[in-house]
Write a protein that binds this ligand. Structure first.
Ligand SMILES: Nc1nc2c(ncn2[C@@H]2O[C@H](COP(=O)(O)OP(=O)(O)OP(=O)(O)O)[C@@H](O)[C@H]2O)c(=O)[nH]1
Ligand SMILES: [Mg+2]
Length: 445
């Protein structure tokens, strides 16, 4: 599935990983490879261009978060932007408890509706739901027969009503399955070659069936041309989703997926073969992961996830602290100042030190900051926000947990209190000067 695209993307990433140094040229090179792959896969040229710009901008401007190498950072950006290109996260299908969840399938001629109806039926059946199916296809007599046979094969109840009127069949089908099943899948005729007539018929059926979901089935070999269909559909119905079929049989799948995603419509499933099992719930992140070759990416994604979680935790702590200057703020500031080589400046402005700051002293302070960090890592959230609650037993616990001397911890708390006092007493200006841009104290108090 999308082998050509996948091969390109993988080789682009591989080339990038082999580089010893990532500079602008390397970023541009990998983007070029990605572009080639996407265009080959019939992704719209403007979309490809926008994506390239976005990747380049982010790769060159964004700082890698702590813990990620530049290489990992660039791969992550590629992964994120490709995921965005191929669709946002699709919501789960919500089945109605104790009621029949009705799913209506529409789509132009030969798009794969009937096959997909059976695939969906099996998908829900395997999850333990009772499933029923019927078809309103009055256009092609063999259409109903096709669904009946598929239903038999997966042992799902099928209903038929002999009529030339699809609305009448729908009414009868609904009556028949009322309260009998959890999921009812309704296949429709593929009478239309374009979306205009299709959408008209869809609206008529919608009035009678009152479906919970309407899925537009699109053949992936349409490539980027899928855009118009998906867009018209997305604008017509708020309960709609998209299923892209035949992704196994075309090189244009990337075009179809990105075009459908670009309309804002949600892609729920993809068809990846003729067999009844060849249906997948569409999950853009894992889909892109597979395209890029999941092996290496998995480790990277785990790493990113854990960074994200620790950032989230920090955010939460920040909220708890309600804008107070916390111990973590202090450590963070010292760290960022130290990274920028500004420690010398800070120290030289500390009362009593004057302009002469020996090199060893800076090293000492850097070492101390490291120890402080270890100590803070062993603290509870409350302690991080207000270290003045740290008395004897807490002190002992933190020292034991972090391997940092009690004296060092005490000194850190003292330093913290001093800084806080300075902040409170309106000596912000001096502090700001000390820390330069590394210290944003605009809203701490
Ligand atoms: N390779 C591949 N073939 C598929 C897939 N889905 C459907 N097909 C094939 O596409 C052809 C048309 O499928 P149908 O399910 O009959 O399409 P339809 O939309 O119901 O067709 P009409 O009712 O005539 O409009 C069949 O030969 C299917 O086997 C898929 O995901 N992969
Ligand atoms: Mg059909």
């Amino acid at each position: 599935m999308l082998e050509a695209l996948s091969t390109r993307l993988r080789s682009a990433i591989e080339k990038l990983t082999k580089k010893s140094y990532i500079d602008e040229k390397a970023v541009k090179e990998v983007i070029k490879e990605i572009q080639k792959g996407l265009i080959m896969s019939d992704v719209n040229i403007k979309i490809v261009f926008d994506l390239s710009k976005k990747i380049e901008e982010r790769a060159l401007k964004e700082e890698p978060p702590p813990g990620l190498s530049v290489k990992e950072h660039v791969i992550r950006i590629i992964y994120e932007e490709l995921t965005r290109l191929l669709g946002e996260k699709t919501p789960e299908i919500k089945l109605r408890k104790g009621k029949v969840t009705k799913i209506l399938l529409v789509g132009i001629q030969g798009s794969g509706k009937t096959t997909t109806a059976a695939k969906l039926a099996k998908y829900f059946k395997e999850q333990g739901y009772k499933v029923g199916m019927f078809s309103t296809d009055t256009y092609r007599p063999a259409g109903k027969e096709q669904l009946r046979q598929l239903a038999e094969r997966i042992d799902v109840e099928f209903f038929d009503y002999d009529s030339k009127d699809s609305i009448k069949i729908a009414k009868k089908g609904l009556e028949f399955f009322d309260e009998k099943v959890d999921v009812l899948i309704i296949d429709t005729a593929g009478r239309h070659k374009e979306e205009k007539g299709l959408l008209k018929e869809m609206r008529e059926l919608e009035k009678i069936v009152k479906p919970d979901y309407i899925f537009l089935v699109i053949d992936a070999s349409l490539g980027q041309q899928a855009y118009n269909q998906a867009k018209a559909f997305h604008e017509t119905t708020p309960i709609g989703g998209i299923i892209i079929t035949k992704l196994d049989g075309t090189a244009k799948g990337g075009g179809a997926l990105s075009a459908a995603a670009a309309t804002g419509a949600k892609i729920y499933f993809i068809g990846v073969g003729e067999k009844i099992d060849d249906l997948e719930f569409y999950d853009p992140p894992s889909f892109v992961g597979r395209l890029l070759g999941m092996g290496d990416l998995k480790t990277l994604l785990k790493k990113i996830e854990s960074i994200r979680m620790s950032q989230e935790r920090m955010e939460k702590l920040r909220k708890m602290a309600k804008g107070k200057f916390t111990l973590m703020d202090m450590i963070e500031q010292f760290e960022s100042v130290s990274k920028m080589g500004g420690l010398y400046k800070v120290l030289s402005m500390m009362p009593g030190l004057g302009a002469k700051v020996p090199r060893e002293m800076i090293e000492d302070v850097e070492k101390k900051i490291k120890k402080w960090k270890y100590a803070v890592d062993s603290m509870t959230d409350e302690e991080k926000i207000d270290p003045n609650i740290i008395k004897r037993t807490r002190l002992q616990r933190i020292s034991r947990g972090s391997g940092v001397d009690e004296g060092v911890i005490k000194e850190m708390i003292k330093q913290y209190n001093m800084l806080r006092k300075m902040l409170k007493s309106g000596r912000r200006k001096r502090l700001l000067k000390m820390f330069g841009r590394g210290l944003d104290l605009s809203d701490v108090g």
